[in-house]
Design a protein around this ligand. Structure first.
Ligand SMILES: Cc1ncc(COP(=O)(O)O)c(C=O)c1O
Length: 390
């Protein structure tokens, strides 16, 4: 399938956060938007077509999750991840972040400990703190430009009574795809300390060549307390539609998650979300494969440019996700000066690393889910501004 990912699509004035939220977030709209994790690409035709077909029916009443939607999830995980799941394990939820919050409520009491591994996508922290749980941080270890889990410290956290781990797999923002042996070690710790794991696999389909993502849930055995959350939102660029799926083999954990949502009477019964979700998982394979080829070329071109032209910046080359984690510490700027350098100097709107918690200071996160020419423009702008600065 050929898809023109270089096609220009004007997203301004669509109330989209990434473009129309720039003034609010950066204090100016005069920055290239390389922040919020959505892409500037048109969604696959199968998704547009499914939405159009649904819209042709002029009634948008209360809607059930159709069997075909469950089937699309079951088939996707067998086909793409060799994970055979049962239809009964699936629970639909409004989004992945709501499920992080729900898991904290379902599996811990106020004051109890929840483990996160920073630097990490910021709602992982707020899911714990806004629910008045105790945050146990197990910072990732940076070893020669690559991040690893600190298993000894993780075990200490569990020993000290933390009962839930919020796992990001693949990991945003550092782009690691956890290897099977690393996941097995996590499972071993979870079994020995009765730890529940919320496995956020939202980026599981955005994995580059030469790397295999293993679903933690696929490695689990009956009795393991694993809750997996997935969605086509990132992979197919439909996060605004806000529907995700939980995959929970164990009945107790499944009921606990359902109860949290039921208490708030929260579901997502939006018929448009459902048809887009189903079409993406049912018919989106070829588009997704083409997307990954495009993203990988952008990642590699950016990596070459950074290595050659930006000696002060080190790229932590991602194994997955369209997010580049840029180590800017050699620029010698504090976080506020670093942000000014990129916003005011380079005119780039990226996420400052400091928002991802301990270990994020001195880093920036660049979203490459856009036309390659935009990324080249951004990199050239950084080069010009580093020259001016020195
Ligand atoms: C790890 C991770 N989880 C969840 C989300 C957002 O999920 P949702 O929009 O479905 O709440 C993101 C978005 O960047 C993410 O990176």
């Amino acid at each position: 399938m050929t898809v023109d990912f270089d096609q220009y699509i004007n997203r301004e004035q669509t109330s989209c956060v990434k473009f129309d939220g720039r003034q609010q977030y950066f204090g100016t709209s005069d920055v290239l938007p390389l922040w919020v994790a959505d892409m500037d690409f048109a969604v696959p035709e199968c998704v547009t077509h499914a939405l159009q077909t649904r819209i042709n029916h002029p009634v948008f009443g209360y809607t059930l999750y159709p069997e075909s939607l469950y089937q699309a999830v079951v088939d996707w995980f067998v086909r793409r991840h060799k994970w055979k799941i049962e239809r009964e394990w699936i629970v639909f939820a409004p989004g992945v972040v709501p499920s992080l919050f729900a898991a904290v409520q379902a599996f811990t009491k106020e004051g109890e400990g929840v483990i996160v591994q920073s630097p990490v996508y910021f709602p992982f922290f707020s899911a714990v703190t806004t629910n008045h749980r105790t945050l146990f941080n197990n910072p990732l270890r940076e070893v020669n430009g690559r991040y690893e889990i600190d298993f000894e410290h993780l075990e200490d956290c569990a020993k000290q009574g933390a009962s839930l781990l919020l796992l990001c797999t693949p990991h945003n923002p550092v782009g690691r795809v956890w290897r099977e042996d690393e996941l097995l070690r996590l499972l071993d710790i979870s079994r020995r300390y009765n730890l529940t794991i919320l496995s956020d696999d939202i980026h599981c389909d955005l994995v580059y060549s030469g790397v295999t993502h293993t679903m933690l849930g696929r490695l689990s055995q009956p009795g393991d307390k694993i809750v997996t959350t997935v969605a086509p939102n990132k992979s197919f660029n439909i996060p605004g539609l806000g529907l995700s799926a939980l995959i929970i083999p164990n009945l107790a954990e499944r009921n606990a998650m359902k109860q949290v949502f039921e208490r708030l009477h929260v579901g997502n019964y939006n018929p448009l979300s459902m048809v887009a979700f189903e079409a993406a998982y049912r018919d989106g394979d070829e588009w997704l494969d083409a997307l990954m080829i495009y993203l990988e070329q952008t990642r590699d071109i950016a990596a070459d440019f950074i290595a050659r032209e930006l000696p002060q910046i080190k790229l932590i080359k991602p194994e997955a996700t369209y997010l580049l984690w840029l180590d800017c510490r050699a620029l010698g700027l504090n976080d506020s000066a670093l942000r000014d350098f990129f916003v005011k100097g380079c005119k780039l709107g990226m996420n400052p690393g400091s928002v991802f918690g301990e270990g994020g200071s001195g880093f920036m996160r660049m979203n490459i889910g856009c036309r390659r020419s935009v990324i080249m423009e951004a990199l050239v702008s950084i080069r010009e501004n580093i020259i001016h600065q020195s």
